[in-house]
Design a protein around this ligand. Structure first.
Ligand SMILES: NC(=O)c1ccc[n+]([C@@H]2O[C@H](COP(=O)([O-])OP(=O)(O)OC[C@H]3O[C@@H](n4cnc5c(N)ncnc54)[C@H](OP(=O)(O)O)[C@@H]3O)[C@@H](O)[C@H]2O)c1
Length: 496
């Protein structure tokens, strides 16, 4: 994206946190170093921890070295970037902080030409969102001051339908919907965007993209990591809340939606919502047919012995939290009727991989009588991470005098074809928010719908009488029961 000259100031609330350190400032730096960050810009960090502007800059420099895609090329360039960083200490619960932020913004805006464009980033624990939104409203910071004012709200956006609705209401009382950017960083990933290009900039896939040709879809988001230092947070979340409600359902919608009229926020959000409406509601009496949960025990991941979830710091020894969740969803519309969509996500799985696999029907009749065994149905696999790319499997004759069949892959790898490392998701999403493009963000109604869809599963799993999550060994592909869950339709989980 070419650089535009659009002045803006970004205020990060929660700037002493992990997200700012590992994602936000490294992404802003990489954009700046790649000459795509609009200028002139200012970045104001804020948190309760005391720090001077110089200290904040020093910390951010270390962070950029460690985490940014683009390493600082020279002191000069870094110094120019760092001169735009400042820090305003204060408690986001204290209204006085917002007066200080307003004063800092006015001083910056007064020192350069152009309108007062402001991007506010809520990067604190979600328990503070309500207070922050209230304070932004009361202080007047939410109101545009001659330019635009936007707010980015981090995940998790609520923990169920009611809390997401309440949060939407609070936001709606202070901001207009077009000012609100609910981030789902999965949507900023290059390969996720490529899914849309694959579908809507090629003609060969669209005729196949329906129930007549697709037998089954599998969406996998597997992590090799456990809960690390976030045991306490994870106890309250679990895989269904942390990953399924947002990332995996977003992927399903992008995969299943009808072509939007244009690649703009309104049409894309409308089409994604239609998919949400078409997903068959989950019958509370048949939860086990639609959903399965698991929890990792001790095991080996990438050759290293690791403890089980219940032995992790901050986790109850009798915890029932799901570290693995699988769903079988049906999209009841003309395009997808009868095609099962299998979604699974888990921690401490065999390896870190996110992919979408579309399995096509078998050939209606096999004329190669002698060796039908070697032929698998065609499969299109979109690899989201790592090793971004896609592969299509086709049947081929194996060399030799006999007519033997095998399956070969037509493989495209981003790294090999385009060379450069793809930008981080946060780079794209931050840039879009500055440009006022919310296409890759989540709209209020989508978020509420996603929570409402999963409500029966969350309720069932929260019951004291609910069965324990199935155990799986860390480093495996999930509980053995998940195999029976999928084999009811005659299928099997892929081992990516
Ligand atoms: N970390 C990630 O990679 C990641 C990824 C996706 C989404 N997120 C989301 O992004 C948000 C921030 O995550 P994080 O990992 O950066 O969290 P974090 O490391 O816990 O930091 C959050 C920030 O909030 C401030 N804070 C914490 N408790 C506070 C309190 N009681 N009152 C006022 N301020 C408080 C902290 O600074 P002070 O203590 O100095 O005030 C810190 O700057 C969360 O909603 C998280 O779910 C994070």
């Amino acid at each position: 994206m070419p650089r535009t000259d659009e002045p803006f100031a970004l205020v990060i609330l929660g700037a002493s946190g992990d997200l700012t350190r590992r994602k936000l400032v490294p992404a802003l730096w990489s954009l700046y170093a790649g000459r795509t960050l609009p200028e002139p810009f200012a970045i104001i960090g804020s948190a309760r921890s005391e720090a001077s502007a110089d200290e904040f800059r020093r910390r951010m420099r270390a962070t950029v070295r460690e985490f940014a895609r683009v390493k600082p090329p020279s002191e000069n360039v870094w110094d120019r970037f760092a001169s735009a960083l400042s820090y305003v200490p204060g408690d986001p619960a204290d209204p006085a902080l917002y007066a200080k932020l307003e004063a800092a913004l006015r001083e910056m805006e007064g020192a350069r030409p152009g309108p007062a464009n402001r991007l506010l980033y809520c990067a604190t624990p979600p328990s503070l969102y309500e207070t922050i939104i209230g304070n932004l409203g009361a202080s007047g910071l939410a109101r545009p001051q001659g330019g635009w004012t936007r707010i980015i709200v981090e995940k998790p956006f609520g923990r169920d339908y009611e809390s997401a609705r309440a949060l939407n209401r609070q936001l709606g009382a202070v901001f207009r919907e077009e000012q609100i950017y609910r981030i789902d960083h999965y949507l900023g990933k290059e390969t996720v965007q490529n899914l849309l290009v694959l579908r809507f900039a090629n003609t060969i896939f669209e005729p196949l993209w329906n129930r007549n040709h697709v037998a089954e879809v599998q969406i996998t988001v597997a992590e090799a990591l456990g809960v690390e230092t976030r045991g306490t947070y994870y106890e309250e979340a679990g895989a269904l809340r942390d990953m399924m409600q947002n990332h995996l359902l977003q992927l399903l919608c992008l995969l299943a939606m009808e072509p939007p009229v244009t690649f703009d926020a309104g049409p894309v959000h409308d089409e994604k919502n239609k998919v949400m409406h078409a997903i068959r509601p989950i019958d509370p009496r048949k939860i086990d047919e639609v959903a399965l949960r698991g929890q990792y025990g001790p095991g080996f991941v990438e050759g290293k012995a690791v403890v089980g979830y219940r032995q992790e710091k901050g986790v109850a020894p009798d915890s029932r939290t799901d570290t693995y969740a699988a769903l079988r969803l049906l999209v009841d519309n003309w395009r997808w009727a009868g095609v099962p969509f299998y979604l699974r996500t888990g921690k401490r799985m065999a390896k870190r991989v996110s992919e979408i696999a579309i399995r096509f029907h078998r050939t209606p009749h096999m004329i190669f009588h002698r060796d039908p065994s070697g032929v698998e149905p065609n499969e299109l696999v979109i690899r989201i991470q790592p090793d971004e790319g896609m592969a299509l499997t086709v049947a081929a004759k194996t060399p030799g005098p006999e007519l033997k069949l095998g399956t070969v892959g037509l493989d495209f790898r981003y790294g090999e074809v385009f060379g450069a490392e793809p930008p981080e998701a946060y780079e794209r999403l931050l840039l879009d928010a500055v440009h006022g493009d919310s296409t890759l963000y989540a709209r209020a109604d989508w978020v509420e719908h996603a929570w409402s869809l999963l409500g029966p599963v969350l309720d069932a799993w929260a019951q004291d009488s609910a069965a324990q999550p199935y155990r799986y060994e860390a480093g495996s592909w999930g509980p053995a029961e998940a195999d029976a869950f999928i084999s009811r339709d005659g299928g099997a989980w892929r081992k990516p």
